[in-house]
Design a protein around this ligand. Structure first.
Ligand code: ADP
Ligand code: DP6
Ligand code: CO
Length: 320
């Protein structure tokens, strides 16, 4: 039976960064993302095993990361009234916990694998809700293309929907891997701290307008508007973090160097924008014909960074 599920990571263009219910992972804002082809997670849930194990990239994981996975599977077991030990076997084709959205593909793939392993019939909407319980951003990785997560008001109406599954927009993402070590402050903890920032509330108040503008940019195939809005959303999130009490930042020196480069390239007529998640790595949004020039300019200032080029990826698939 096919219960190895593949889910692709997604990068938010309008960010999710704050919860109103931590246990249910209900967000304080709606968000919009693009699912990527270049980064993904494959996960198999093997049920009715003798013991409980989490194996990531071929190695057994213990401690906090394993507890998060065990608690998640046990939560789903309770929801569906099933029980028993299990092994979670997962391969990340994305750096783990480095701000490249590993939790989005991880929990979407795990939710999908759970549903298959127990032969449950569930809609894609239902799967999006289950994925959300593991990691908020995972709610969007159930779908491909441009995806919107409507914040909703409770667990049954907070899920993602497709805006465009196979977008025609000329849009590429260059993931500049500045540092792929596991971050010290998880996204879960970072977004909790962010709520102490005086800029948090005003940002939430802008969410409806930002979502509406991004949807319009997508509908109008307007790369410029999409890039401007995505960069603004990321800048707002990181400014909020700096002004939190206590303040913090996910930026490394190289993060700022790349931001400055992007501003300079733009001033010189090479159109590109940045978005950054909970980590030091920068994702550059650009169009096909400028990718190779931009890569060259980044390499000029940071010769040792790896740059991964990505386009639109699909939703959940089952491998075998
Ligand atoms: P990221 O920016 O990579 O999404 P997060 O802090 O949101 O970082 O989440 C990282 C955590 O997600 C890891 O510490 C681990 O608990 C979990 N995770 C990552 N990959 C997997 C996987 N393949 N299977 C299960 N859990 C995973
Ligand atoms: C900056 O979904 O990783 O990537 O729900 O606590 O697991 P938890 O957090 P997570 O947060 C993602 C934050 C972000 C923005 C985004 O993906 O929308
Ligand atoms: Co995450």
């Amino acid at each position: 039976m096919k219960n190895t599920a593949r889910a692709h990571t997604n990068i938010a263009l309008i960010k999710y960064w704050g919860k109103k219910d931590a246990d249910l992972r209900l967000p304080l804002m709606s968000s919009i993302s693009m699912t990527l082809d270049a980064f993904y997670t494959d996960t198999s849930l093997i049920i009715d095993t003798e013991d409980k194990k989490f194996i990531l990239n071929g190695q057994e994981v213990t401690g906090q990361a394993a507890n998060r996975v065990f608690a998640y599977v046990e939560r789903l077991q309770k929801l569906f009234n099933v029980s028993g030990n299990f092994h979670v076997i997962s391969d990340n084709h994305v750096p783990t916990a480095a701000g490249l959205a590993s939790s989005s593909s991880a929990f979407a793939a795990l939710a999908a694998s759970f549903v298959k392993a127990y032969n449950l019939s569930i809609s894609t909407k239902g799967l999006s809700i289950l994925a959300r319980l593991g990691s908020g951003s995972a709610t969007r990785s159930v779908y491909g293309g441009f995806v919107k997560w409507n914040k909703g008001t409770n667990s049954s109406n907070s899920f993602a929907e497709v805006i465009e599954e196979k977008p025609q927009m000329d849009l590429r993402l260059l993931a500049v891997e500045v540092n792929v070590a596991e971050k010290k402050l998880s996204s879960t903890e970072g977004m909790k701290l962010a709520q102490t920032s005086p800029f948090f509330k005003p940002w939430i108040a802008r969410n409806d307008e930002e979502i509406e503008q991004m949807e319009t940019a997508i509908k109008n195939n307007d790369f410029t508007k999409l890039g401007q809005l995505a960069e603004l959303s990321a800048s707002e999130m990181h400014a909020i973090n700096l002004a939190a009490q206590p303040g913090f930042t996910y930026f490394a020196n190289e993060t700022l160097e790349i931001i400055k480069l992007i501003q300079e390239l733009r001033n010189n007529g090479l159109e590109c924008y940045y978005t950054i998640d909970a980590g030091p790595n920068v994702k550059i949004l650009c169009q096909k014909n400028s990718c190779s020039d931009i890569k060259k300019y980044v390499k000029n200032i940071l010769p040792n960074v790896k740059i991964v080029e990505a386009g639109f990826g699909p939703g959940i698939t089952y491998l075998y």
